[in-house]
Design a protein around this ligand. Structure first.
Ligand SMILES: Nc1ncnc2c1ncn2[C@@H]1O[C@H](COP(=O)(O)OP(=O)(O)OP(=O)(O)O)[C@@H](O)[C@H]1O
Length: 607
């Protein structure tokens, strides 16, 4: 095992490199002309399975939306393209585009109900989707041929397929598939390591935290379903014109299970893992020729073994890790940009940046906020303190759009944002951290921090997939900002380390730095100093000052009076959802109501 670990790093670099992809593709392109047709046909199935595995990996491995009915998209693409060619005489290339679009459209529509449910319910809904498509394929005989199947589809196998006037046999069909696969792989890789991939992963890790980064959760899911559906549909179309004959049995539940198994065993989340999983499971039935009846038992066993021994699949074993941004050295950047934008001139002149007016928040009879008001100026630091359960986090949740207040107004830059969705609020420049850090654990510190900048990107999905110069320049700009921010936060030594293995204090600092990467106008920190060492607290204080000096308004919840004393312009004390004090720190310490409600408790606790 140790030996494997030693070779895993270099091996992963070789497998994951673009040169390897180019070399293997070129070798296969040439070799297809010299091997038996049967082998080339198998290679075609491998390509189709890789497309299916990449498709489910985007949806399940990256966006976190389980799919047990993926064969449904595969079927839609297959039948759509078959009919387009056979019944309507549409050229092959257009038919591919059409079937991909139809499957993507179905994915987008499916996301409307599926995006609202999670876990078990989502699994059931996706299962139902697969079964419905299967039943339609069986019962809609006039179109699909029902159980008798759809025959006579122009196909490479019997050389009835023409592309741009050329008749295509299996070898050239494979070459077309290979070229498509390379193009799709490169585009998917570019997409995943852009702000789109990071948005999908953010939704996967925590929908609530994703919203506070400005990620439209429902929209991101619809997009993930559409791209995933489209890719599986493309796989289906390519399958239809390979075999020339479709029956509903090719698109049943077992197909959906097989797609999921390939992806899990290959390594959910890893793009290279999908290639390995799909290749292995395409050849598995061949290897098991004499035990064909037990094929599904083997699938089951592979799953059990994978869960038990390889939780991250073969990709995990080989150390293949899909990255969500380029490294700064790749990008040739050394923090040429300033760490933060200057927000000193933001807001409506003559008005505070944020005005909370008589906000009430009730939970089934419990008044967590009993009509609180608060104003924050750009470039000021206000502390919110009070005993446990006094409503501090609830106020932050209301301002950041996680809760809709029962009554009252939250006015930001002159606009009442009370009850807006959290991602819309975040896009105005309001961000926050959580009492328990909500980072993406498997991502590096750099990847986590650049996630914070999501709301600021303008490049389209197509531009990032094609890696256009403008999209690359935009990414470079934010990578450079992140370098500068990491330097300011003293996080550079951890830039390429997965955040889950780092000490708690560093994880917290990284979350605060991620919030700063969104270039906020208002930053709300919920107990950021909890669990921090003295040195880490000092690092945190430097970050808060950096924000303040750039005109950011900071609302700081914390219990550490020494930490707050050095930083804050004003302190507000809550008790039972009501303000009991507002003023400076010294005044707070001697205020009778505060002593009874808050410091009294602390003193008793310390006694
Ligand atoms: N989603 C919710 N549903 C029901 N009650 C809630 C909810 N969120 C908060 N509360 C209640 O509202 C009150 C205020 O909680 P809140 O978390 O805002 O307090 P806090 O001052 O931040 O305390 P702590 O320092 O412990 O975080 C508590 O009684 C809490 O149980």
């Amino acid at each position: 095992m140790t030996q494997l670990k030693r070779i895993a790093g270099p091996l992963a670099r070789v497998i994951g490199s673009g040169w390897t992809l180019a070399l293997i593709s070129a070798a296969l392109f040439v070799a297809a002309g010299y091997v038996e047709t049967g082998s080339v046909q198998m290679w075609c199935f491998v390509v189709i399975n890789i497309l299916l595995a990449q498709s489910i990996n985007l949806l399940t491995g990256i966006a976190g939306q389980i799919s047990l009915g993926h064969a449904g998209f595969f079927a839609i693409g297959a039948y759509a393209s078959a009919l387009a060619l056979k019944a309507w005489g549409i050229p092959f290339v257009l038919a591919l585009g059409l079937s991909t679009t139809v499957a993507a459209g179905v994915g987008w529509l499916l996301a409307i109900p599926a995006g609202r449910v999670r876990e078990f319910y989502l699994a059931m809904m996706s299962l139902a989707f697969g079964l419905i498509v299967y039943e339609i394929a069986r019962e809609w005989r006039e179109v699909t041929g029902g159980v008798m199947g759809l025959r006579g589809i122009p196909s490479a196998q019997i050389a009835t397929l023409t592309v741009f006037g050329f008749t295509i046999g299996t070898v050239w069909y494979f070459r077309i598939l290979l070229a498509l696969l390379v193009a799709v792989t490169v585009m998917v890789r570019n997409f995943v390591r852009s702000h789109f991939g990071r948005a999908m992963l953010a939704v996967h890790v925590s929908e609530i935290a994703a919203g506070t980064l400005g990620v439209n959760q429902a929209g991101t899911k619809r997009f993930a379903y559409a791209i995933s559906g489209g890719l599986a549909g493309l796989g289906g179309a390519l399958y239809a014109h390979l075999v020339g004959y479709l029956t509903p049995e090719s698109f049943g539940l077992m197909r959906s299970v097989a797609i999921l198994v390939m992806s899990i065993v290959g390594g959910l989340g890893s793009l290279a893992g999908q290639v390995l999983g799909a290749t292995f499971f395409t050849y598995l039935p061949e290897l098991l020729q004499s035990f064909l009846d037990f094929q599904y038992m083997v699938y089951g066993l592979a799953l059990v073994v994978s869960f038990a021994l390889l939780p991250k699949g073969v990709a995990g074993l080989l150390g293949l890790q899909t990255r969500y941004c380029r490294s700064a050295t790749d990008a040739g950047l050394a923090g040429a940009e300033p760490a933060l934008a200057d927000h000193r001139q933001v807001g409506v002149p003559g008005r505070p940046l944020l005005e909370v007016e008589s906000v009430v928040m009730s939970f089934a009879g419990l008044r967590a906020l009993a009509g609180v008001s608060l104003a924050l100026e750009a470039g000021s630091v206000v502390a919110l303190v009070g005993p446990n359960g006094s409503g501090k986090s609830t106020l932050v949740n209301v301002i950041s759009g996680i809760y809709r207040p029962t009554a009252g107004r939250v006015v930001f830059e002159g606009v009442d944002i009370a009850g807006w969705q959290s991602y819309r609020i975040a896009r105005l420049g309001i961000t926050r951290t959580f009492q328990d850090p909500r980072n993406a654990p498997n991502l590096t510190v750099r990847e986590n921090i650049i996630m914070g900048a999501n709301r600021l990107y303008r490049s389209s999905a197509l531009a990032v997939a094609l890696d256009t110069p403008a999209a690359r320049a935009e990414e470079d700009h934010f990578l450079s900002r992140v370098e500068a921010l990491m330097a300011a936060a003293e996080l550079k030594p951890y830039a390429d380390t997965e955040i889950r293995v780092l000490p708690y204090g560093i994880q917290r600092l990284a979350e605060v730095t991620r919030a700063l990467a969104s270039e906020p106008k208002l930053l709300m920190l919920d107990e950021p100093a909890a669990g921090l060492s003295e040195a880490e607290s000092a690092q945190l204080a430097r970050l808060v000052r950096l924000a303040r000096d750039h005109g950011v308004a900071v609302l700081l919840i914390d219990h550490h009076m020494d930490f707050l004393a050095e930083l804050v312009d004003e302190v507000v004390v809550f008790e039972a959802g009501d303000e009991i004090y507002r003023g400076d720190m010294d005044g707070m310490r001697s205020h009778p109501a505060v002593i009874t409600a808050y410091l009294g408790i602390e003193e008793t606790e310390h006694a």
